[in-house]
Design a protein around this ligand. Structure first.
Ligand code: UTP
Ligand code: MN
Length: 357
């Protein structure tokens, strides 16, 4: 009989399934066992207590998505939200496809709906959908008066949400916290819709924001995913690496972008990617650019994007200014990245480029 301990030691495949397919350890073990027709001892085959929690949280999250979608479609309160989405150029079919919804005001609508369906309030808190009120014993909805963007895993299961205000309120986006089903650093927004195109084209576009992904997608750019903020993680890079090793990073030119970009380039290099960098003109993000100039123009600019080495060298030189001493600083600044360039010739080219300015 296979002992649980021994299974745990041979963890690579399990860890892979856990991170990539978002399975718990016992689920991953069961998956492998089923696939290879291995009989499992009952204590592994039986769902654990925490597993049940997980399943319920998943169920509550799917129900939540449907609830927010219905509110967006049908309720008078959501009229402003429907208008907002229209103004931002989203059409019906893409709203449906991405499961976009609206979280109503009132503070207890979602909890009311879900508890009626048998989900306990404590569970909803664990799912990041409800919060304990600080005064009394009650709970209130985490998302109120926000446009809701579901965050899904590669298989299309909804794990979390991002909610946008429709005015200048802060935070602009409120995101689900880390939960037993969701870890921000292990998912890419839009991947479940983009993965086929990414595989077919052997190429992915990485952007920052929800709408930077949705708007180009709507206009036919299907190989696009968003990291949701600037700090890309190794988990996200590896996830993408399942589908392609070619990526164009198209982050906002205005944000704290350059440092974040450097870090993400390092990550991509470590995972053996070929990386290009696209900086759009006039400080536009992909959403704004595509709405202004169209998808065709976006694709065209993709062809003119810079290899990452040029981007890094340019930035380093820009920071360093003139003179030999500054050149040295520039070289120092890019050493960590240089160390990760896999190809020796490329490495030398990089150094000579910077040192000769
Ligand atoms: P941006 O501030 O660039 O916003 O944040 P955006 O994507 O252009 O948003 P729109 O177009 O005004 O709607 C980029 C991404 O960073 C995350 C979101 O994923 C956002 O899409 N973010 C930003 C947050 O999670 N919270 C925030 O308060 C702001
Ligand atoms: Mn934007």
């Amino acid at each position: 009989m296979v002992s649980l301990l021994r299974l745990r030691r041979q963890r690579d495949i399990f860890r892979f399934l856990m991170s990539v397919d978002n399975l718990s350890f016992p689920e991953a073990v069961r998956w492998v066992a089923e696939k290879y027709s291995i009989a499992l001892p009952v204590f592994v085959a039986r769902p654990e207590e925490s597993d049940k929690d997980r399943q319920q949280i998943l169920d509550a999250t799917q129900a939540t998505e449907a609830f927010y979608q219905n509110v967006l479609r049908a309720e008078p309160e959501a009229q402003e939200a429907r208008r907002y989405l229209q103004q931002r150029g989203l059409r019906e079919e893409v709203i449906e496809k991405f499961g976009i919804g609206y979280a109503p005001s009132g503070g207890g609508r979602l909890i009311g709906y879900l508890t009626e369906q048998g989900f306990a309030a404590e569970l909803l808190e664990k799912a990041g959908l409800a919060k304990k009120s600080e005064l009394g014993k009650g709970y209130y909805d985490s998302f109120r008066r926000r446009i809701i963007f579901p965050i899904k895993d590669v298989r299309g299961k909804t794990l979390a949400f991002g909610g946008r205000v429709m005015d200048d309120g802060v935070p602009k986006y409120l995101n689900s916290p880390e939960t037993v089903i969701y870890s921000k650093s292990r998912h890419l927004f839009g991947l479940c819709f983009a993965r086929e195109a990414i595989r077919e084209q052997n190429h992915a576009i990485l952007v920052e924001g929800y709408l930077d992904c949705i708007i180009p997608f709507q206009e036919g750019v299907r190989n696009i995913v968003a990291s949701l903020g600037t700090s890309l993680t190794q988990g996200q890079v590896r996830l993408l690496g399942r589908y392609t090793k070619n990526v164009v990073v198209n982050y906002d030119p205005d944000t704290a972008g350059v440092n974040a970009m450097r870090r993400s380039l390092e990550l991509f290099l470590e995972e053996g990617f070929r990386v290009n960098v696209l900086r759009l003109p006039d400080g536009l993000d992909p959403d704004a650019f595509v709405r202004r100039s169209g998808a065709q123009e976006y694709r065209r600019s993709m062809k003119q994007c810079e290899p990452y080495l040029e981007f890094i060298a340019d930035e380093a030189l820009k920071d360093a200014g003139a003179g030999a001493r500054s050149r040295l600083n520039a070289v120092n600044a890019v050493l960590p990245i240089l160390a990760k360039v896999p190809d020796r010739v490329e490495r030398l080219e990089f150094v000579s480029r910077i040192s000769s300015g």
